[in-house]
Write a protein that binds this ligand. Structure first.
Ligand SMILES: CC(C)(COP(=O)(O)OP(=O)(O)OC[C@H]1O[C@@H](n2cnc3c(N)ncnc32)[C@H](O)[C@@H]1OP(=O)(O)O)[C@@H](O)C(=O)NCCC(=O)NCCS
Length: 179
């Protein structure tokens, strides 16, 4: 558990999820699914039961190269960051795929910076992750600015990866070598 402050001076607590957080995590993902189109799922598409979410939390917390961090503001989830690694494949388990989302109310106040700093430090210290990878929509300039600030480099473009209301969007694959 660690505490920090946003640019506005709002107190933030970063904590690992417990199984009892499953319901709030699902509600959070459902809410941000309505707020932004930059996530991989659309409104109503985060279909995970409390039991499934709870099992995921247990599995993540027991793993050395997977993690979920909850950014809490006023005791409520304001953001979630994840590092996902595939431990069933020995050749790629050193790659941690980063995901981050913050509720609209708290975007642009430095919370993403606080969470990225934590996630990257954790990857550097877990003894397994050697590379952090992520995919971001090419028009998500705020997210790309955040990733570049932490040294992520563009590795390639995936054309027409997203389709929304008749428009195709390219994605950028970015990576950060930490070993
Ligand atoms: C992307 C996201 C995680 C960033 O977190 P955040 O708390 O808003 O980001 P921060 O305030 O820490 O930092 C954003 C940086 O981008 C800059 N920025 C903001 N809008 C920008 C824009 N349109 N173009 C370029 N830079 C921009 C900010 O100035 C800041 O840089 P600075 O710290 O050097 O001033 C958050 O906005 C979010 O969850 N958005 C919706 C979901 C999403 O896009 N997730 C990522 C999917 S890959």
């Amino acid at each position: 558990m660690t505490t920090d402050k946003t640019k506005n001076g709002t107190g933030v607590m970063l904590k690992l999820p417990q199984e009892a957080d499953a319901k709030e995590i699902i509600e959070f993902y459902k809410q941000v699914g309505k707020e932004t189109t930059y996530l991989g799922f659309s409104e109503g598409e985060y279909q995970v039961s409390e039991e499934q979410q709870s099992a995921m939390i247990k599995e993540i917390n027991a793993s050395g190269n997977n993690m979920m961090i909850l950014a809490m503001i006023n005791s409520k989830i304001a953001g979630i960051g994840t590092i996902s690694s595939n431990n069933k494949r020995s050749k790629i388990k050193h790659v941690g795929v980063l995901g981050i989302v913050i509720s609209a109310e708290y975007c642009n106040a430095g919370l993403g910076t606080i969470m990225m700093d934590y996630l990257i430090k954790w990857c550097k210290s877990n003894g397994e992750t050697a590379k952090i990878s992520l995919t971001v929509r090419k028009d998500n300039s705020r997210a790309i600015a955040l990733y570049e600030k932490f040294g992520f480099e563009t590795e390639g473009i995936l054309k027409n990866e997203t389709y929304i209301d008749g428009v195709y969007y390219d994605s950028v694959v970015m990576g950060l070598m930490i070993k």
